[in-house]
Design a protein around this ligand. Structure first.
Ligand code: ATP
Length: 321
């Protein structure tokens, strides 16, 4: 299990890094093995920052990320490879991951040099072939080719094959379909479904709600670095409760046909601070209220018209004066 607990990320900003900007605040969720979890939210909501922290590309400011119960910070220096054998990332722009002067399959041979120098060539070739077939690539069509001779979808799948050679358990897929055309996009999504069937846990970062709905069993909605709603995808999409999630999902009406104006009216108000069941659940689960089994929602905030948040904001303004 890949688990984030109360994770916060502050970036140093300003000329001398003297001030900080909180890009991710108090985020907790899990990516279980064999499951795709989609992380959605508008541009700048902190999705990639979360992916980078999981991939140990940037440090965590507060909170903990654990891999099967082990704090990922313990995979430092001498243990980095151990971590990357289990967790890998694939990113938006497959072209930028390749050096145009080398053949594309160099990304695979680099894995051998780095991680498996003692594996005999014949055995390695078999592993490569099986990884390529797992991502639905014909070895004959990609091996020995230069990056410009392959399509974006092929290059993206080659990167997933590279991850499979490491026998990873978790994949962070950050906007991996956004540079692909519609039909290739579906291919790559189906590939993620295959990976899931092989027992991999996938964090699917996307701003494309339709894709998230298609592939993920669970959805986490992020806004300005905070989780505003999360849970089983069906429930979040059919019955969004946070004003931001409702607004976000309203832009893809075909995905939640059951959600109509009447339901919308029924859910006005703050899911945490208005409504008895939600309030009880809020006390149990902390900041998020469990509005139905497996469906968690944050306070609507002052902007969302929550009376408690408005009162707090009023008090803070009064104190500030
Ligand atoms: N190195 C950095 N220093 C300062 N601020 C940063 C840095 N990296 C990201 N940010 C800021 O953190 C916030 C979250 O950025 P992030 O890239 O995680 O968002 P995102 O949801 O992935 O957006 P997008 O969908 O556009 O990629 C943004 O306001 C961004 O400007």
């Amino acid at each position: 299990m890949l688990r984030l607990e109360n994770v916060t990320k502050r970036y140093g900003v300003g000329a001398f890094g003297g001030t900080t900007f909180t890009a991710v605040r108090d985020v907790s969720f899990e990516v279980p093995p064999g499951e795709v979890v989609s992380l959605i939210g508008e541009s700048g909501s902190g999705k990639s920052t979360i992916g980078k922290m999981i991939l140990r590309l940037i440090p965590i400011s507060e909170g903990t990320i654990t891999l099967d119960g082990t704090d990922i910070r313990t995979f430092a220096r001498g243990r980095r490879k151990e971590y990357y054998r289990r967790v890998q990332g694939v990113f938006q722009d497959p072209f930028s991951c390749y050096n145009p002067v080398f053949k594309a399959d160099r990304v695979l041979s680099m894995i051998k040099e780095e991680y498996f120098p003692r594996v005999p060539r014949s055995e390695w070739d078999e592993r490569v072939e099986s990884a390529l077939r797992a991502v639905r690539l014909d070895p004959g069509a990609v091996l020995g080719r230069y990056p410009h001779q392959l399509s974006g979808g092929q290059l993206q799948r080659l990167l997933v094959a590279r991850a499979l050679l490491l026998d990873i358990r978790y994949l962070v897929a950050d906007e991996i379909t956004s540079m692909l055309d519609a039909s290739t996009r579906i291919d790559v999504l189906n590939l993620l479904a295959d990976l899931k069937a092989r027992g991999l846990g996938v964090l699917f970062i996307t701003h494309d709600l339709a894709l998230g709905n298609y592939i993920a069993a669970r959805t986490v909605v992020l806004r300005r670095g905070e989780v505003v709603e999360m849970g089983e995808t069906e429930k979040v999409f059919a019955n969004p409760r946070h004003p931001y999630a409702r607004h976000l999902l309203a832009s893809v009406p075909q995905l939640h046909a059951r959600w109509n104006g009447e339901q919308d009216d029924a859910f006005t108000g703050c899911p945490v601070h208005e409504g008895d069941a939600a309030q009880d659940a809020a006390e149990e689960t902390g900041r998020l209220a469990e509005v139905e089994p497996g469906h968690f929602v944050a306070c609507a905030g002052a902007e969302g018209g929550c009376p408690v948040a408005l009162r707090r904001a009023g008090t803070a303004a009064a104190v500030g004066r």
